[in-house]
Write a protein that binds this ligand. Structure first.
Ligand code: HEM
Length: 268
Protein backbone atom coordinates (compact mmCIF):
# COMPACT_ATOMS: atom_id res chain seq x y z
CA UNK A 1 0.00 0.00 0.00
CA UNK A 2 1.32 3.46 -0.87
CA UNK A 3 0.40 6.87 0.54
CA UNK A 4 -0.78 7.71 4.05
CA UNK A 5 -4.00 7.05 5.89
CA UNK A 6 -4.78 10.77 6.28
CA UNK A 7 -4.55 11.42 2.55
CA UNK A 8 -6.35 8.22 1.64
CA UNK A 9 -9.30 9.11 3.87
CA UNK A 10 -9.56 12.68 2.58
CA UNK A 11 -8.72 11.75 -1.01
CA UNK A 12 -6.47 14.78 -0.70
CA UNK A 13 -4.73 14.16 -4.00
CA UNK A 14 -8.04 14.32 -5.85
CA UNK A 15 -9.24 17.23 -3.73
CA UNK A 16 -6.22 19.38 -4.52
CA UNK A 17 -6.46 18.64 -8.21
CA UNK A 18 -10.00 20.02 -8.46
CA UNK A 19 -9.17 23.74 -8.78
CA UNK A 20 -8.75 24.60 -12.43
CA UNK A 21 -8.66 28.40 -12.87
CA UNK A 22 -9.89 30.05 -16.06
CA UNK A 23 -8.04 33.39 -15.68
CA UNK A 24 -4.72 34.83 -14.52
CA UNK A 25 -6.58 36.71 -11.73
CA UNK A 26 -4.63 36.07 -8.52
CA UNK A 27 -7.83 35.93 -6.45
CA UNK A 28 -9.63 33.46 -8.70
CA UNK A 29 -8.42 30.51 -6.65
CA UNK A 30 -10.12 31.87 -3.56
CA UNK A 31 -13.36 32.41 -5.50
CA UNK A 32 -13.18 28.88 -6.90
CA UNK A 33 -12.42 27.27 -3.55
CA UNK A 34 -15.20 29.22 -1.79
CA UNK A 35 -17.66 28.12 -4.49
CA UNK A 36 -16.53 24.50 -4.06
CA UNK A 37 -16.73 24.72 -0.27
CA UNK A 38 -20.24 26.17 -0.54
CA UNK A 39 -21.25 23.39 -2.94
CA UNK A 40 -20.05 20.82 -0.40
CA UNK A 41 -22.04 22.56 2.32
CA UNK A 42 -25.18 22.62 0.14
CA UNK A 43 -24.81 18.86 -0.31
CA UNK A 44 -24.10 18.30 3.39
CA UNK A 45 -27.08 20.36 4.55
CA UNK A 46 -29.31 18.68 1.99
CA UNK A 47 -28.10 15.29 3.22
CA UNK A 48 -28.87 16.11 6.87
CA UNK A 49 -32.29 17.52 6.03
CA UNK A 50 -32.97 14.33 4.06
CA UNK A 51 -31.86 12.34 7.12
CA UNK A 52 -34.25 14.37 9.29
CA UNK A 53 -37.10 13.50 6.91
CA UNK A 54 -36.23 9.79 7.12
CA UNK A 55 -36.25 9.94 10.93
CA UNK A 56 -39.59 11.78 10.98
CA UNK A 57 -41.11 9.15 8.70
CA UNK A 58 -40.03 6.53 11.26
CA UNK A 59 -41.39 8.59 14.18
CA UNK A 60 -37.86 9.05 15.53
CA UNK A 61 -38.37 12.65 16.59
CA UNK A 62 -35.21 13.24 18.71
CA UNK A 63 -33.08 11.82 15.88
CA UNK A 64 -34.78 14.15 13.39
CA UNK A 65 -34.09 17.11 15.68
CA UNK A 66 -30.42 16.08 15.95
CA UNK A 67 -30.12 15.96 12.14
CA UNK A 68 -31.67 19.41 11.84
CA UNK A 69 -29.38 20.80 14.55
CA UNK A 70 -26.46 19.45 12.53
CA UNK A 71 -27.80 21.16 9.42
CA UNK A 72 -28.14 24.45 11.35
CA UNK A 73 -24.49 24.14 12.45
CA UNK A 74 -23.42 23.62 8.83
CA UNK A 75 -25.15 26.88 7.91
CA UNK A 76 -22.84 28.65 10.39
CA UNK A 77 -19.81 27.23 8.55
CA UNK A 78 -21.31 27.90 5.12
CA UNK A 79 -22.17 31.48 6.00
CA UNK A 80 -18.71 32.19 7.45
CA UNK A 81 -17.21 31.22 4.08
CA UNK A 82 -18.55 34.46 2.55
CA UNK A 83 -15.81 36.25 4.52
CA UNK A 84 -13.20 34.68 2.27
CA UNK A 85 -14.62 36.80 -0.56
CA UNK A 86 -14.37 40.07 1.38
CA UNK A 87 -11.44 41.14 -0.85
CA UNK A 88 -13.37 40.86 -4.09
CA UNK A 89 -13.95 43.93 -6.27
CA UNK A 90 -16.27 44.29 -9.28
CA UNK A 91 -13.26 44.06 -11.64
CA UNK A 92 -12.27 40.67 -10.15
CA UNK A 93 -15.76 39.25 -10.49
CA UNK A 94 -16.08 40.57 -14.05
CA UNK A 95 -12.74 39.06 -15.10
CA UNK A 96 -13.58 35.65 -13.62
CA UNK A 97 -17.01 35.70 -15.24
CA UNK A 98 -15.46 36.45 -18.65
CA UNK A 99 -12.99 33.59 -18.17
CA UNK A 100 -15.77 31.17 -17.17
CA UNK A 101 -17.84 32.10 -20.21
CA UNK A 102 -14.86 31.68 -22.55
CA UNK A 103 -13.92 28.26 -21.18
CA UNK A 104 -17.25 26.74 -20.08
CA UNK A 105 -20.01 28.82 -21.70
CA UNK A 106 -22.69 30.96 -20.09
CA UNK A 107 -23.06 30.14 -16.42
CA UNK A 108 -25.24 31.05 -13.46
CA UNK A 109 -25.19 29.57 -9.95
CA UNK A 110 -28.82 28.67 -10.59
CA UNK A 111 -27.18 25.65 -12.19
CA UNK A 112 -26.25 24.41 -8.69
CA UNK A 113 -28.56 21.42 -8.36
CA UNK A 114 -27.42 20.80 -4.78
CA UNK A 115 -28.60 24.27 -3.72
CA UNK A 116 -31.93 23.58 -5.41
CA UNK A 117 -32.17 20.13 -3.78
CA UNK A 118 -31.50 21.71 -0.39
CA UNK A 119 -34.32 24.22 -0.96
CA UNK A 120 -36.71 21.52 -2.20
CA UNK A 121 -36.03 19.44 0.91
CA UNK A 122 -36.90 22.51 2.98
CA UNK A 123 -40.16 22.89 1.02
CA UNK A 124 -39.11 25.85 -1.13
CA UNK A 125 -40.17 24.22 -4.36
CA UNK A 126 -39.76 26.45 -7.38
CA UNK A 127 -39.88 23.78 -10.10
CA UNK A 128 -38.86 26.09 -12.94
CA UNK A 129 -35.49 26.94 -11.31
CA UNK A 130 -34.72 23.21 -11.21
CA UNK A 131 -35.04 23.19 -15.01
CA UNK A 132 -31.70 25.04 -15.16
CA UNK A 133 -30.07 21.58 -14.97
CA UNK A 134 -32.41 19.82 -17.40
CA UNK A 135 -29.37 19.16 -19.64
CA UNK A 136 -27.88 16.94 -16.89
CA UNK A 137 -30.22 13.91 -16.97
CA UNK A 138 -28.96 12.08 -13.86
CA UNK A 139 -28.89 15.14 -11.62
CA UNK A 140 -32.16 16.46 -13.05
CA UNK A 141 -33.94 13.16 -12.41
CA UNK A 142 -32.67 13.13 -8.81
CA UNK A 143 -33.82 16.72 -8.36
CA UNK A 144 -37.28 15.90 -9.72
CA UNK A 145 -37.55 12.99 -7.26
CA UNK A 146 -36.79 15.36 -4.38
CA UNK A 147 -39.24 17.91 -5.79
CA UNK A 148 -42.00 15.28 -5.82
CA UNK A 149 -41.18 13.88 -2.36
CA UNK A 150 -42.55 15.41 0.86
CA UNK A 151 -40.36 18.15 2.33
CA UNK A 152 -39.03 17.92 5.88
CA UNK A 153 -41.80 20.30 6.93
CA UNK A 154 -44.49 18.06 5.46
CA UNK A 155 -42.90 15.08 7.22
CA UNK A 156 -43.01 17.02 10.51
CA UNK A 157 -46.70 17.79 10.05
CA UNK A 158 -47.44 14.18 9.02
CA UNK A 159 -45.79 12.99 12.25
CA UNK A 160 -47.86 15.47 14.27
CA UNK A 161 -50.98 14.09 12.59
CA UNK A 162 -49.98 10.53 13.50
CA UNK A 163 -49.55 11.71 17.10
CA UNK A 164 -53.14 12.83 17.14
CA UNK A 165 -52.83 16.54 16.48
CA UNK A 166 -55.82 17.86 14.62
CA UNK A 167 -54.35 18.81 11.26
CA UNK A 168 -56.10 18.35 7.95
CA UNK A 169 -54.22 16.41 5.30
CA UNK A 170 -52.82 19.17 3.12
CA UNK A 171 -54.70 19.57 -0.16
CA UNK A 172 -52.08 21.71 -1.77
CA UNK A 173 -48.85 20.60 -3.38
CA UNK A 174 -46.77 21.05 -0.25
CA UNK A 175 -45.07 24.08 -1.71
CA UNK A 176 -44.01 26.78 0.71
CA UNK A 177 -42.55 29.33 -1.67
CA UNK A 178 -43.97 32.42 -0.03
CA UNK A 179 -46.83 32.54 -2.53
CA UNK A 180 -49.15 30.14 -0.72
CA UNK A 181 -51.57 31.22 2.00
CA UNK A 182 -50.81 30.19 5.56
CA UNK A 183 -52.75 27.21 6.89
CA UNK A 184 -54.51 28.44 10.08
CA UNK A 185 -54.72 24.90 11.51
CA UNK A 186 -50.95 24.55 11.16
CA UNK A 187 -50.39 27.96 12.78
CA UNK A 188 -52.58 26.84 15.71
CA UNK A 189 -50.68 23.59 15.95
CA UNK A 190 -47.26 25.27 16.20
CA UNK A 191 -48.70 27.85 18.60
CA UNK A 192 -49.86 25.02 20.86
CA UNK A 193 -46.37 23.47 20.66
CA UNK A 194 -44.78 26.74 21.82
CA UNK A 195 -47.28 27.33 24.62
CA UNK A 196 -47.99 23.80 25.86
CA UNK A 197 -46.66 22.68 29.23
CA UNK A 198 -47.36 19.02 28.36
CA UNK A 199 -44.18 16.88 28.50
CA UNK A 200 -45.47 15.20 25.33
CA UNK A 201 -44.93 18.46 23.46
CA UNK A 202 -41.30 18.94 24.50
CA UNK A 203 -39.95 16.82 21.64
CA UNK A 204 -42.05 18.79 19.16
CA UNK A 205 -40.80 22.03 20.70
CA UNK A 206 -37.19 20.92 20.21
CA UNK A 207 -38.04 20.06 16.59
CA UNK A 208 -39.66 23.47 16.05
CA UNK A 209 -36.59 25.23 17.45
CA UNK A 210 -34.30 23.21 15.19
CA UNK A 211 -36.46 24.02 12.13
CA UNK A 212 -36.29 27.72 13.00
CA UNK A 213 -32.49 27.52 13.39
CA UNK A 214 -32.21 25.97 9.92
CA UNK A 215 -34.48 28.64 8.41
CA UNK A 216 -32.40 31.38 10.06
CA UNK A 217 -29.24 29.83 8.61
CA UNK A 218 -30.75 29.96 5.13
CA UNK A 219 -31.93 33.55 5.62
CA UNK A 220 -28.43 34.59 6.67
CA UNK A 221 -26.96 32.76 3.67
CA UNK A 222 -29.23 34.62 1.29
CA UNK A 223 -28.51 37.97 2.90
CA UNK A 224 -24.71 37.51 2.85
CA UNK A 225 -24.97 36.42 -0.79
CA UNK A 226 -26.98 39.56 -1.52
CA UNK A 227 -24.39 41.76 0.24
CA UNK A 228 -21.53 40.09 -1.67
CA UNK A 229 -23.43 40.57 -4.91
CA UNK A 230 -24.09 44.24 -4.09
CA UNK A 231 -20.36 44.72 -3.56
CA UNK A 232 -19.06 42.82 -6.59
CA UNK A 233 -21.78 43.23 -9.21
CA UNK A 234 -24.13 45.90 -7.95
CA UNK A 235 -27.19 46.53 -10.06
CA UNK A 236 -25.51 45.51 -13.31
CA UNK A 237 -27.48 43.01 -15.36
CA UNK A 238 -26.91 39.33 -14.57
CA UNK A 239 -28.23 36.06 -15.96
CA UNK A 240 -31.79 37.23 -16.59
CA UNK A 241 -30.70 40.53 -18.14
CA UNK A 242 -32.07 42.40 -15.14
CA UNK A 243 -30.10 43.88 -12.26
CA UNK A 244 -28.52 41.04 -10.23
CA UNK A 245 -29.45 42.63 -6.90
CA UNK A 246 -33.01 43.33 -8.12
CA UNK A 247 -33.43 39.64 -9.00
CA UNK A 248 -32.12 38.53 -5.61
CA UNK A 249 -34.08 41.03 -3.48
CA UNK A 250 -37.45 39.19 -3.46
CA UNK A 251 -35.73 35.90 -2.59
CA UNK A 252 -34.63 37.40 0.74
CA UNK A 253 -38.06 37.25 2.30
CA UNK A 254 -38.96 33.74 1.12
CA UNK A 255 -38.69 31.60 4.25
CA UNK A 256 -39.31 27.89 4.76
CA UNK A 257 -41.85 26.72 7.39
CA UNK A 258 -44.11 29.81 7.08
CA UNK A 259 -46.59 28.82 9.82
CA UNK A 260 -43.76 28.44 12.31
CA UNK A 261 -42.84 32.06 11.68
CA UNK A 262 -46.48 33.12 11.80
CA UNK A 263 -46.77 31.94 15.41
CA UNK A 264 -44.39 34.79 16.32
CA UNK A 265 -47.01 37.36 15.35
CA UNK A 266 -49.12 35.92 18.13
CA UNK A 267 -46.21 36.41 20.53
CA UNK A 268 -45.21 32.75 20.88
C1 HEM B 1 -19.04 36.57 -5.56
C2 HEM B 1 -19.91 37.15 -6.32
C3 HEM B 1 -21.27 36.64 -6.65
C4 HEM B 1 -22.16 37.35 -7.38
C5 HEM B 1 -21.95 38.73 -7.98
C6 HEM B 1 -23.36 36.55 -7.50
C7 HEM B 1 -24.50 36.93 -8.18
C8 HEM B 1 -25.64 36.20 -8.30
C9 HEM B 1 -26.82 36.61 -9.04
C10 HEM B 1 -26.98 37.93 -9.76
C11 HEM B 1 -27.72 35.62 -8.94
C12 HEM B 1 -29.13 35.58 -9.57
C13 HEM B 1 -29.15 34.64 -10.75
C14 HEM B 1 -28.22 35.10 -11.85
O1 HEM B 1 -28.42 36.20 -12.36
O2 HEM B 1 -27.28 34.34 -12.15
C15 HEM B 1 -27.13 34.57 -8.15
C16 HEM B 1 -27.76 33.40 -7.81
C17 HEM B 1 -27.18 32.41 -7.07
N1 HEM B 1 -25.87 32.39 -6.59
FE1 HEM B 1 -24.53 33.88 -6.67
N2 HEM B 1 -23.18 35.37 -6.82
C18 HEM B 1 -21.90 35.37 -6.29
C19 HEM B 1 -21.31 34.36 -5.57
C20 HEM B 1 -21.86 33.15 -5.34
C21 HEM B 1 -21.22 32.02 -4.70
C22 HEM B 1 -19.78 32.02 -4.16
C23 HEM B 1 -22.12 31.03 -4.66
C24 HEM B 1 -21.90 29.64 -4.12
C25 HEM B 1 -21.51 28.67 -4.89
C26 HEM B 1 -23.34 31.49 -5.26
C27 HEM B 1 -24.50 30.77 -5.37
C28 HEM B 1 -25.67 31.21 -5.93
C29 HEM B 1 -26.90 30.45 -5.96
C30 HEM B 1 -27.10 29.07 -5.36
C31 HEM B 1 -27.83 31.21 -6.65
C32 HEM B 1 -29.30 30.87 -6.87
C33 HEM B 1 -30.10 31.66 -5.85
C34 HEM B 1 -31.59 31.35 -5.84
O3 HEM B 1 -32.04 30.40 -6.43
O4 HEM B 1 -32.34 32.10 -5.17
N3 HEM B 1 -23.17 32.78 -5.65
N4 HEM B 1 -25.86 34.95 -7.77
Amino acid sequence: MTGTAYNAYLQAETLHSLQVPVTQNEGERSFLVVCQVQELYFALISHDIGAASDHLRKDALPDATASLQRAASHFAGLNASWRSLGWMLPADFAAIKVGMTKVHGKSTSLQSWKYREMLYRLGLKDASLGDEVATMPKEYAQLRRVLDAPSVYEEALALARRRGHDLQESNDDGVTDGEHPLDPAVVSFWTSVFTSKEPECSELLALARALIAVAEGLAEYKYLHYVTTSRTLGARPAHFGVSGTAWLTPTLTVMPFPELWATRTGGE
